[in-house]
Design a protein. Structure first.
Length: 364
């Protein structure tokens, strides 16, 4: 079982618990962010320490600017002395990236479309829909298609032998296992072919007996799925299963619910960055660094929006990102409050110690 299948099974389990796949994605986000609480605390501490140590670091850089090797050595000694890890702030992001990629891969997979592709949540019509996805009705006996579309198979098939039926037979390389015979002309029947070698987990004796197989065929561009029966032509005996299915022309359309999600993501990202910048800003912050942070806070959301326009991001992934941003805002406020309280207690303890020492000196 691969990671994508495990992710979908876990989402299905959460969906049964909370009642919908939309809430399941939100709950998954909360679980991930909660598991990373300690790392986020370390990230905030690292950022605050960076602000405090910035003047001393700049002094070292200015002093040894003509000797890069010595500068690197002194900076490493400086980090070690202050127990500071300059990469500490990047660790939460590095951990979240594989989760994002896995969730993205799961939500655009035929398996998810098959079990929850038509699931809606709040104003979101389909969690698997992307901004420019075309409208297609799954399991209506016809495949929506446009020129240049690509078809992919589901991960498993039901295979029929003369004396038995094999369920959940693994399909090897489902994204490449299906071929279109001839030219795909939307509105006309299309013949699809699948090689018996796609069921490479079966024994050779079983492969020779296969009469037909039920497979899930998905148009990867419009996210529509159909269960199709592929039949073996015993006369040809060429090791190929074939199926002919009607197609319906489809046109691309914009999904405004996904556009709203992209805008919500941009807004929550801007708010999150502004809060982080304001809470970590100190009088010692370099003006050049302040200007750079301000520019990044402005242009980064715009760059990401442009990326989301080019790369089709499913609505479910955007829901995950928005929820993650909201939790990030709350975490930033709470963690900074926690750190400020700790620093206040340390200063109070230092002041008390100094007062006690002063009293001892006066008594003498």
């Amino acid at each position: 079982m691969d990671f994508i299948t495990l992710t979908i099974k876990f989402l299905s389990l959460l969906a049964k618990f909370v009642g919908s796949y939309g809430l399941a994605i939100i709950l998954l986000t909360i679980i991930v962010r909660a598991a990373m609480w300690h790392l986020n605390v370390q990230q905030q501490r690292s950022m605050k320490m960076m602000q405090t140590l910035q003047p001393k670091m700049k002094a070292i850089q200015d002093r040894y600017q003509n000797n890069p090797q010595m500068m690197q050595q002194k900076m490493m000694e400086f980090y070690k002395e202050h127990k500071f890890n300059p990469m500490g702030g990047c660790l939460p992001l590095l951990i979240q990236m594989p989760i994002f990629i896995l969730l993205y891969s799961a939500l655009i997979s035929p398996q998810f479309i098959q079990v929850a592709g038509d699931q809606h949540f709040l104003f979101i019509k389909s969690l698997a829909t992307t901004m420019r996805a075309t409208a297609g009705i799954s399991q209506d006996g016809k495949l929506g298609a446009a020129k240049g579309d690509k078809f992919i198979l589901g991960n498993t098939a039901t295979v029929y032998l003369p004396d038995e039926t094999l369920k959940n037979v693994k399909v090897s390389d489902p994204t490449q296992a299906i071929d279109i015979q001839g030219e795909l002309i939307p509105g006309q029947d299309v013949t699809l072919e699948v090689s018996l070698n796609s069921f490479n987990k079966l024994k050779y004796s079983q492969l020779n007996k296969i009469e037909k197989a039920d497979l899930t065929v998905t148009n990867s561009n419009i996210r529509e799925s159909e269960t199709v029966t592929f039949v073996r032509d015993q006369k040809l005996d060429d090791g190929i299963l074939r199926a002919t299915i009607p197609t319906v022309p489809v046109n691309k359309t914009l999904h405004w619910d996904v556009i709203i999600l992209i805008l919500l993501f941009a807004v929550t990202m801007i708010i999150s960055q502004k809060i982080m910048m304001s809470m970590n800003k100190t009088d010692s912050t370099d003006p050049t660094q302040q200007a750079l942070q301000k520019s990044m806070g402005t242009f980064m959301p715009l760059m990401i929006i442009a990326t989301f326009v080019v790369i089709p991001i499913p609505a479910g992934v955007l829901l995950y990102l928005i929820t993650s941003n909201i939790i990030q805002i709350l975490q930033t406020v709470l963690i900074n409050k926690q750190i400020d309280e700790e620093e206040a207690k340390k200063k109070e303890a230092v002041n008390d110690s100094e007062l006690k020492n002063a009293k001892k000196v006066n008594e003498k």
